[in-house]
Design a protein around this ligand. Structure first.
Ligand code: NAP
Length: 474
């Protein structure tokens, strides 16, 4: 019986253990370093945290949930959903895997609970798991509470406080409207604005939930419509189709004009870079919130943080009682800080330039290793949950191929991985993500270890089976 170790208990790890069980693999253990599983949905408990992909697309195809309370489910419902899916399986929370080494045909994991060996290793560490805290001068001197959105300090009472929110990405646009009614004052520190479109969130009344429960086909239809819509958006953004981009910009500008009367604030929040270069944000509340009397937005650069204030480059000192860092994630660390090695190489060294993997899943020289949500498997549209399912399907097909050949190891051929990588880089070159903006998709050198440049149907097609010529079995 093949034994499998999975590192990470978020959507990818939980999806993997569930799908592997359905494929007949029973000797599967998931290690999760946090005290609870859930990944980003366990860690991101900031006020207003919710999905910005319709929940009927942001769930497993084999575990439809008819009981989402809204079209875009809030964090606690998503967390409960992952926990329910994971319930029957061996998920060991509070156990960190520090290293994994492939030797004598098996993986040996060093964990905080001791050593563990397995035939096959799956990493499911997520791309947005390590908070990025920028080196803002003086941050360490700040006297009040300062925390990242993904590590929300629920002990801190923000009632009546002067709160600084740094960043204006997807997390900030959810958290600011949620805390605005409660705090004394919010100052939003914007470096560069992003494009938005309306979210159109609606509650699902009980009768609608009953309808989905009674007729799963209705829910599947909604799922397919959402998938199709995202698929249509993909080439528009990726191939930079003029009319589609113009339409998206017009929608964003209309949202700004409708909510904001002040021309100066309008100017500040209107992006100058191409729509889709940064991730498009879905919101109905961001711009109206910015017009509230207790909210200010500054686009002046942060010069220095003092014990009780933040000074910006325009010379203004902003009195501050608490700082919320909505500054995103170290998205390019992938499996780090876990060390993955074989007898003659280390993944960190292989990835010293740019992390690369065949279909984002397998790496030459690393047998029986499969990455979930690995390099270049993120999109500007679509649901990561459907991507993860495609990846697990590929893993199961690879394991079946290994069993069929009576082999112990399976590893992608270097020339196949190199040809795929060349094709990928060529396709990425002309995409909107490389049109000149700051985003977590692209690193400071302009390398792109994040994005998938084709549709998700194409990804599904490529990952659905295993080309025996692509892999070496031994
Ligand atoms: P993000 O999109 O990377 O945004 C980080 C923000 O911090 C940006 O506005 C950035 O400015 C700013 N920033 C970074 N360093 C700064 C510095 N030194 N000084 C001033 N500002 C700085 O991070 P995020 O909002 O946490 O979102 C990350 C991703 O998580 C999203 O793209 C999305 O995929 C996911 N997410 C999803 C949901 C959901 O609803 N499902 C919710 C939240 C997040 P620049 O733009 O100028 O770089």
């Amino acid at each position: 019986m093949t034994s499998i170790a999975i590192v990470g208990g978020g959507f990818a790890g939980v999806g993997a253990v569930a799908m592997l069980a359905r494929a007949g693999y029973r000797d599967v253990v998931v290690f999760e370093k946090a005290e609870r599983l859930g990944g980003v949905w366990h860690h991101n408990t900031y006020p207003g945290a919710a999905c910005d992909i319709p929940s009927h697309l942001y769930e497993f195809s084999f575990a439809l949930n008819p009981r989402w309370s809204r079209r875009y489910a809030p964090q606690e419902e998503i967390q409960a959903y992952i926990e329910a899916v994971a319930k029957p399986f061996d998920v060991r929370c509070g156990t960190e895997v520090t290293s994994a080494r492939f030797e004598d045909g098996r993986w040996t994991l060093q964990t905080s609970a001791g050593e563990h060996t397995a035939d096959v290793l799956l990493t499911a560490c997520g791309q947005l798991s390590t908070p990025a805290v920028p080196p803002l001068p003086g941050l360490e001197d700040f006297a009040g509470p300062a925390f990242h959105t993904a590590r929300w300090d629920h002990e801190t009472d923000l009632d009546g406080k002067r709160v600084a929110v740094i960043g204006t990405g997807c997390s900030a646009i959810q958290v600011v409207p949620a805390i605005q009614p409660q705090v004394g004052h919010v100052t939003v520190f914007q470096r560069s604005p992003g494009w938005t479109i309306p979210k159109g969130d609606i509650p699902y009344p009980k009768w609608v939930q009953r309808l989905f429960a009674r007729f799963p086909a209705v829910q599947r239809l909604d799922r397919s419509i959402n998938f199709g819509f995202h698929e249509l958006m993909t080439p528009a953004l990726v191939r930079r189709i003029g009319p589609a981009l113009r339409a998206a910009r017009a929608v964003g500008k209309l949202q700004i004009r409708k909510a904001i009367k002040d021309p100066e604030l309008r100017r500040k929040v209107t992006p100058t870079d191409e729509v889709g270069c940064k991730r498009i944000m879905l919101t109905d509340s961001w711009y109206p919130t910015l017009t509230k009397p207790n909210v200010d937005l500054t686009d002046a650069r942060i010069e220095r943080i003092g014990p009780h204030s933040i000074r910006t480059a325009d010379g203004i000192e902003h009195p501050t009682d608490a700082i919320v860092l909505a500054t995103g994630f170290r998205a390019h660390d992938f499996v780090a800080p876990m060390e993955i090695t074989t007898e003659d190489r280390s993944l960190a060294q292989e990835w010293a330039g740019v992390p690369r993997a065949y279909l984002g899943i397998t790496v030459p020289g690393f047998p029986n290793l499969f990455l979930l949500y690995g390099p270049n498997t993120n999109g500007g549209t679509g649901s990561v949950v459907t991507t993860i399912e495609a990846q697990i399907t590929h893993v199961i097909a690879a394991l079946a191929e290994r069993d069929r050949a009576g082999a112990r190891t399976i590893v992608v051929r270097p020339e196949v991985a190199a040809a795929f990588d060349a094709e990928l880089r060529t396709a990425l070159a002309g995409t909107v993500w490389h049109s000149g903006c700051t985003s977590w998709y692209v690193d400071e050198q302009g390398n792109d270890p994040s994005q998938w440049p084709w549709t998700w149907s194409e990804y599904r097609r490529r990952t659905a089976t295993v080309d025996p010529e692509a892999y070496e079995l031994a």
